[in-house]
Design a binder for this molecule. Structure first.
Ligand code: ACM
Length: 264
């Protein structure tokens, strides 16, 4: 299976430019799944709710149709983050688009920093979706710091976690190596690059999008500031072997009776 990511610098508020950029970068690739960053069509640093209200879209909407067009043309699944308007709520969402026009949504559950002022907390449980025989889960950016999130997807059978991100803290890329090892799954973390300076605030995004194997091996890690599309070949079934030694299975050896506080 060919999986990959697109790391780039969205321009805040300029969907026309961002969509055009994504189209041009995806034009020459072929893959089974390609993952785009969190909020890829709008940028990240909202300064007021009104701005978000103007830029967020219903799903399906203009950006969904755009992704569906590429997905159909290229016979490629696309996972991409965007702000979603759903009635009077706003979610930091990720879409999984199938070439046949079907789509699935995940809404970010763990909001980072001032996202809490703008977005509602996601209301869709962690779920695993099939692409043929392959099982896919989705997380968004700061979900990474809660091991329960990746674990929930692994327990539901996810072989690959697609993880659109806009990372600003320096920890995630290293932490996801551990998330991959402890769950024995593939993780595609896709970050954006560049800075956003708005409303007296400034954020620098850390790039280094990466694909990690169940062994913890980093199959590819991008640079901190390069615009890049990268595709690698993986065997999703490698994620079905949960053994880390002959006598240890990271799923079967769990002792939930001793972890009760985790679900309180
Ligand atoms: C983040 O959750 N965008 C850091």
């Amino acid at each position: 299976m060919k999986v990959g990511f697109l790391q780039f610098k969205p321009v805040f508020g300029d969907k026309v430019v961002n969509l055009k950029k994504v189209r041009s970068l995806l034009d020459f690739i072929s893959a089974d799944i390609v993952v785009l960053p969190e909020l890829f069509n709008t940028g990240y640093l909202f300064t007021e709710k009104k701005e978000l209200a103007e830029l967020a879209e219903e799903i399906p909407g203009e950006t969904t149709q755009f992704l569906m067009g590429i997905s159909r043309e290229k016979d490629m699944h696309i996972v991409a983050g965007m702000p979603e308007r759903a009635k009077n709520k706003f979610f930091n969402s990720t879409l999984l688009i199938y070439p046949n026009g079907r789509y699935k949504i995940y809404r970010k559950i763990h909001l980072f920093c001032e996202e809490k002022f703008f977005f509602n907390i996601g209301d869709i449980p962690f779920k695993v979706y099939r692409i043929g025989r392959v099982k896919i889960g989705m997380l968004i950016c700061f979900d990474w710091i809660f091991p329960e999130a990746a674990r929930s997807l692994a327990l539901s059978g996810a072989q690959i976690i697609c993880h659109p991100s806009n990372l600003v803290l320096p920890y995630c890329q290293s932490a996801m190596v551990t998330r991959a090892i402890e769950n024995r799954i593939f993780i595609i973390t896709v970050n954006r690059i560049g800075r956003e300076k708005r409303g007296g605030k400034e954020l620098k995004f850390t790039g280094m999008s990466q694909i990690v194997a169940p062994s913890g091996k980093v199959l590819y890690r991008a640079g901190k500031s390069e615009e890049i599309v990268k595709i690698v070949e993986i065997r999703p079934e490698d994620a079905d072997n949960k053994k880390i030694t002959d006598y240890n299975d990271v799923i079967k050896d769990r002792r939930p009776n001793f972890y009760r506080k985790i679900v309180q």
